[in-house]
Ligand binder design. Structure first.
Ligand SMILES: CC(C)(COP(=O)(O)OP(=O)(O)OC[C@H]1O[C@@H](n2cnc3c(N)ncnc32)[C@H](O)[C@@H]1OP(=O)(O)O)[C@@H](O)C(=O)NCCC(=O)NCCS
Length: 173
């Protein structure tokens, strides 16, 4: 399994993973309510995913095995994790933990000491076990309850990524 930056050609398969993950893994959030699902899925199109890949200030990473995308994550240059979705057939293999680690490394490379995210009900325990803590009361999103969370990053453990980071701009070279 390899974790790498997504390229434009990944958009259709990455989009499919997002849609499968939301539909099949998140009934605790959407309760199979078609209105909630429609709101959640409406921006998960290949074109919009391609625009997220191309957008400056975004790192959209994919976990790939045997040529198939198994998980999709996005972290902004401000350390905000806005996507972290797994293909339903790849659960409980440590893939999301590895992808989350790669997103955190990228956040550090961009000069952040902290990652923030808004967790689904489905992923809440996963983030707690990955060191995230509550960062305010739950908020409504797409008609579901989401949990603002954050984690202080272990910057001192990442000497390699720091070496590759331009100290002036905070961007990797
Ligand atoms: C939640 C999710 C990211 C977990 O992915 P995963 O690849 O199955 O998780 P991992 O195998 O990396 O698990 C890492 C750890 O979290 C635990 N874990 C994973 N999902 C869990 C859950 N729902 N509840 C409790 N623990 C969980 C695992 O047991 C494992 O613990 P361990 O390392 O101590 O053995 C994945 O199920 C998913 O994408 N869900 C749907 C989409 C979603 O809600 N994404 C988050 C949007 S904010």
């Amino acid at each position: 399994m390899e974790i790498r930056d997504a390229v434009a050609e990944d958009a259709p398969a990455a989009c499919q993973v997002l849609r499968w993950s939301i539909t099949q893994l998140c009934p605790a959030d959407h309760r199979n309510d078609p209105k909630i699902l429609a709101r959640w899925l409406c921006n998960k199109t290949p074109e919009i995913v391609a625009s997220w890949i191309a957008q400056a200030g975004n790192s959209l990473l994919v976990a790939v095995e045997d040529g198939s995308i198994l998980a999709v994550g996005l972290v902004t240059d401000e350390g905000k994790i806005t996507l972290n979705y797994l293909s339903p057939d790849a659960r409980f293999r440590g893939i999301s933990r590895a992808l989350l680690g790669a997103l955190e490394v990228r956040a550090i490379e961009r000069g952040n000491a902290r990652c923030t995210l808004t967790s689904s009900e489905t992923a809440h325990r996963f983030y707690l076990s990955a060191g995230y803590s509550e960062d305010g009361p739950p908020v409504r999103q797409f008609g579901t309850l989401s949990y603002p969370m954050s984690k202080r990053l272990a910057v001192q453990n990442l000497r390699f990524s720091r070496r590759r980071t331009c100290p002036r701009t905070g961007r990797s070279g």
